[in-house]
Design a binder for this molecule. Structure first.
Ligand SMILES: [Zn+2]
Length: 412
């Protein structure tokens, strides 16, 4: 097993060691891996992600450590982007202190937050996840209220502000059972490493933690959602909380500027905007309906009746197929029996054939069939029922001519 220097101090950022072994890195990766006699690098485990940093070898060459993992038998593997130094090489390790600080704030913050949820609402944490920009805990409860979120956040921050000591203790498993830990680890280990937030939380954990709760900075709860095993609560601590609050503020400021309003008025402005939009859409639809009606009446008025019906042919170059449809409906739903052969040439161009239901005695009978008959020689597609059919025409077709030919066919 690799000796873990971070067990006793999270503040150790520099250390000296020796390459003990070269670990087999997976063949598809172009990286190498080494195992050291001892290390301050934290490997991904227990919900906390790994450290990054450098190994400096004797001649001053610096090797980037991009990932750190642990093996089942307790060895810590440092992944490098370059050929690994041979076993026996002396190395000086340096971990990235900012990344370590961030992980300490998140992980200690998680302990305090999980304890606050137990303390106030008896909600146990079942798992912890640390991502690049946020963290989350899953709790074995089916739902959580916004009051409970706010309550746990307040209680957790109280513990932060009280700057309580956070200590590392080692006890036997038997002792640990008597101490009443928040969560007992499943591993069959004799000695347990405990993290204690004075008079608030005691749990077994191998992670890197702050030495006093004030170093967590702050704990900010964000989204919560239902997951398979209960409820997930997202949170951020310390520097992350500041960064994310800064980002949210910038976004909100931009939104407020668009509405020329204050930040807190943005939701109200969005609501107003939605309502206005809805109203405008309705007014537009009503106006188009009226326009289609007038245009249909005018077209019918101008069209002489032949064989007890009127055939209206119309090509719209400035209105879409939706309006063409509306116009065709208006033409065919008046007292006069009529056939409407309508097209729109705006994208995507299309045709609408409609006839008054029941129609005149000598109606061509089936609009769907007529449309198919007209479209198939020009490579268009469409179809419909006896009284209404709609289809698309390929580009480059003169729809005006197409409609006129159709009108001539059924008119004779
Ligand atoms: Zn932990």
């Amino acid at each position: 097993m690799t000796k873990r220097l971070y067990y006793d101090s999270s503040e150790m950022h520099e250390f000296d060691s020796v390459v003990e072994d070269i670990a087999p890195a997976s063949p598809e990766q172009s990286r190498t891996a080494v195992i050291l006699r001892e290390t301050a690098f934290y490997p991904t485990s227990g919900g906390q992600v790994h450290d990054t940093g450098w190994l400096t070898v004797n001649d001053g060459e610096r090797l980037r450590v991009t990932e750190v993992a642990e093996t089942e038998d307790g060895r810590i593997v440092h992944y490098l982007e370059v050929p690994a130094p041979v076993a026996g090489t002396a190395v000086h390790g340096s971990i990235d202190p900012e990344r370590r600080r961030d992980h300490m704030q998140q992980h200690s913050g998680q302990h305090v937050l999980s304890a606050a949820f137990i303390d106030l609402y008896q909600m146990p944490t079942v798992s912890f996840h640390m991502a690049e920009d946020y963290c989350s805990i899953d709790m074995a409860v089916s739902a959580i209220t916004s009051e409970q979120i706010a309550g746990a956040e307040k209680r957790a921050n109280q513990i932060v502000f009280e700057n309580r000591p956070v200590r590392i203790r080692y006890v036997s498993r038997a002792e640990a059972e008597k101490l009443g830990l928040r969560k007992m680890p499943p591993a069959e280990r004799d000695e347990l490493r405990l993290i204690e937030v004075a008079d608030f939380d005691l749990s077994a954990c191998g992670g890197t933690h702050v030495s006093s709760s004030g170093q967590i900075g702050s704990i900010l709860l964000r989204k919560n959602e239902k997951v398979r095993q209960g409820t997930r609560v997202e949170f951020v601590c310390g520097g992350r909380a500041v960064r994310i609050a800064r980002r949210d503020y910038s976004v909100l400021t931009e939104a407020a500027a668009l509405f020329s309003t204050q930040l807190w008025d943005v939701p109200e402005q969005i609501r107003k905007s939605f309502d206005e939009n809805k109203l405008l859409r309705k007014q537009k639809d009503d106006a188009l309906d009226e326009l289609a009606e007038f245009m249909a009446l005018a077209a019918l008025h101008d069209q002489p009746e032949r064989n007890g019906r009127k055939i209206v042919v119309r090509v719209f170059s400035d209105r879409d197929i939706g309006f063409a449809k509306l116009f065709a409906q208006k033409v065919t739903r008046t007292a006069t029996a009529a056939i409407a052969l309508v097209a729109s040439t705006t994208e995507p161009p299309g045709l609408v054939f409609a006839q008054t239901s029941g129609g005149a005695a000598d109606s061509p009978a089936d609009m769907g069939a007529l449309l198919k008959q007209v479209l198939s020689p020009v490579g268009g597609r469409g179809g419909g029922s006896r009284d209404f059919a709609q289809g698309g025409v390929p580009p480059g077709i003169d729809v005006g001519q197409l409609l006129q030919r159709t009108a001539d066919t059924i008119g004779t």
